[in-house]
Design a protein around this ligand. Structure first.
Ligand SMILES: C[S@@+](CC[C@H](N)C(=O)[O-])C[C@H]1O[C@@H](n2cnc3c(N)ncnc32)[C@H](O)[C@@H]1O
Length: 395
């Protein structure tokens, strides 16, 4: 039974102290998915390892009362009863929940509960029971393991979200794709299992059912499984299917939204997908099939921007469809490949010449296609249809 029942997932917890008691508290807090910050001049080996692997954030100085302003819970584990007492008193003043972690010696290191309103003497942090009110962002019905669908952004390692990075630092298993910030995988600790399910030409394609099975098997074994995806998990990422597979199997699952290539890759090439006075909306489609009527209308009327993902193979077919439906061949268009990576390249051209310019520049997948006046919105010096060539640029 839990001594202390607090929902700590994602909460900022301050651990003051760097010794073994602080390390035990930090480990227990991490088990409960707290966001742990450690303040101490020095760390014992266990805590140093947690800091080195990014599982806790360490600031190498003693905690002061002002540090309590930024946290939700305080754990006083400095090993010095006076310091711990001062922290608990400061926490009580701020009406912050606080615990004194048990010292390494019986009675050592912890303040008594009667000395500070919120202190719980030598309480150890124990795993929590199921939260009585499940957070709406998660479905938690299964065993201790979980699946976290993390959107990794378009590829640059610093375009993953802070939350995504935190989950990555806590992962036991990472199930990764070919796109997204794959460079981060090289820096995972050796204990983390990396399962590569990315689609690479000439290699066995891992089916969605097989991917789902990997996620469920590992989570059922009690592991924290990060499903790292390019962009956002729910935009053409099959994240919805993985979510449903977990829910149906009774496995805890949550999603960390990501920076989608649909918006970020055009932005990185200088194209705002909407722009005041130019475009009032944006339509995102995949290019595996014929464009929808809505996409064609958006381009023909010029009312909204069209963004196509996975559209390289069918580019000429899509352009032909748009032109046949009455789109102005001078409509500005762009194709941006390998966005956010050192290989990023882009071609801008009037719609009527886009295919030829992309071919002559030799750009291929992964790429985002943008069609609409926004392509020129930030480049008024190079109006559409001026015949000045492909406008190819390296990133
Ligand atoms: C299966 S979809 C996944 C989209 C992803 N969930 C997202 O939100 O960005 C893959 C497509 O996204 C686009 N894409 C992803 N990363 C890209 C990048 N770095 N540069 C250009 N296009 C990218 C390409 O159109 C690629 O074919």
């Amino acid at each position: 039974m839990a001594l202390v029942a607090l929902e700590l997932a994602g909460r900022a917890v301050l651990v003051a102290g760097g010794g073994p008691a602080a390390a035990r508290a930090a480990a227990s807090l991490l088990d409960q998915d707290a966001d742990v910050r450690v303040l101490a001049e020095e760390l014992c080996e266990d805590l140093a390892e947690l800091a080195r692997t990014g599982r806790v954030r360490w600031t190498p100085r003693p905690a002061v009362a002002a540090d309590l302003d930024d946290c939700w819970l305080v754990v006083a584990a400095t090993g010095g009863s006076l310091t711990d007492r001062a922290l608990l008193a400061a926490a009580a003043e701020r009406r912050r929940p606080a615990l004194a972690a048990a010292g390494d010696e019986p009675g050592g290191g912890g303040a008594r509960e009667d000395e500070a309103g919120w202190g719980l003497g030598s309480a150890r942090l124990l795993p929590l029971e199921e939260p009585s009110t499940p957070s709406p962002a998660r479905s938690r019905t299964g065993p201790a393991g979980r699946v976290v669908l993390v959107g990794g952004g378009p590829g640059a390692e610093d375009l993953i979200t802070v939350r995504g990075q935190r989950w990555l630092a806590r992962a036991d298993v990472v199930v990764a794709d070919r796109l997204g910030p794959t460079g981060l995988l090289d820096r995972l600790p050796a204990r983390v299992e990396v399962v590569d399910v990315g689609k690479t030409p000439g290699r066995h394609q891992v089916s969605q059912d097989e991917i789902n099975q990997v996620l469920l098997d590992r989570a059922r074994a009690g592991l924290t499984v990060v499903r790292l995806k390019g962009g956002d998990p729910f935009l053409f990422g099959r994240g919805g299917e993985e979510w449903l597979a977990c829910v149906r199997a009774g496995v805890a699952v949550e999603v960390v939204p990501g920076v989608s290539s649909a918006l970020s890759v055009p932005a990185l090439a200088g194209v705002p997908v909407t722009h005041r006075g130019t475009s009032t909306g944006v339509l995102v489609e995949h290019g595996h099939t014929e464009l929808t009527g809505a996409a064609v209308r958006a381009v023909v009327t010029g009312e909204a921007t069209l963004v196509v993902l996975m559209g390289v193979a069918n580019l000429s077919r899509h352009v032909a469809t748009l032109l046949a439906a009455g789109a102005d061949p001078r409509t500005p268009a762009a194709l941006v490949s390998d966005g956010s990576t050192p290989r990023q390249r882009s071609v801008t051209a009037p719609l009527g010449r886009l295919v030829a310019e992309v071919e002559s520049a030799g750009l291929g997948a992964p790429a985002v296609v943008v069609v609409g006046a926004v392509v020129d919105a930030l480049a008024p010096a190079a109006p559409a249809g001026d015949g000045s060539g492909p406008g190819e640029n390296g990133a």
